[in-house]
Ligand binder design. Sequence first.
Ligand SMILES: C[S@@+](CC[C@H](N)C(=O)[O-])C[C@H]1O[C@@H](n2cnc3c(N)ncnc32)[C@H](O)[C@@H]1O
Length: 250
Amino acid sequence: MTIPTPFTDGYDKAFLLENMMGPNAMRVAEEMASFLTLRPGMRVLDLGCGMGISSILLAEKFGVTVFAADLWIPPTDNFRRFAALGLEARIIPLHVDATGTLPFAEGYFDVLFSVDSYQYFGADETMLPKLLPLVRPGGEVAVAVPGLLRELPPARKPWVGVSGLEVPPELQPYWVQEMDGQFHSLPWWRALWEQAPGLRLGPCREMDCLRRAWADWLESPHPYARRDVSMMQAEGGKHFSLVQLCGQRM
Ligand SMILES: C[S@@+](CC[C@H](N)C(=O)[O-])C[C@H]1O[C@@H](n2cnc3c(N)ncnc32)[C@H](O)[C@@H]1O
């Protein structure tokens, strides 16, 4: 039996390196999508799509129509990127702040999808109940976030540094205060989603592509990627994970 090569491995590497904003979102999207039922013509909301490489994977590999919504990246930039690939009819770029009013009809999407962005706006009990109504009954929700293998305990003494948590010494030079609220373990995220009314929990897991997705990103010339090289050396596989959360709207 031959094992199919991931779509991501055959993709234009230079294009991916130019458009990554963290661990390779195309690779992460491809692994997470393998847990979903995606059919051509379905409507997918890619929330926090950044420069849209997860949206491109979804449109090109699965033939779905993607609403590529993001806060920081101007939709005009994404439109140009998608049009250059001939995907302007299948990926619709939008400016959306997930914490504000959402410009979508209830029940409109077959799938809500998000890679490496949900931690910025979804790490509390209010966001999933707000987003879930946008998905049709029976539709799916799939989120991948960078996380931790274990929750960090509260700091034992008031910190001179930036965190209220007991951050391992090797991570302290890279830790910023916002990470306290964003970086969580799989059990933490699963417990949060278990509380959401109207969600049937699906495959929640640590993703296999963690190392490869990070290795792809560390090849990028982006200054943040250059900085992350030493962070990943210091981390040494002891702390970080990539958390996948899936569920179905009942
Ligand atoms: C680290 S980037 C990842 C982008 C892309 N998903 C990827 O993996 O390459 C995080 C993204 O989250 C988006 N984001 C943060 N807060 C958001 C919000 N409130 N609403 C929508 N998007 C948000 C940012 O615009 C940014 O593009």
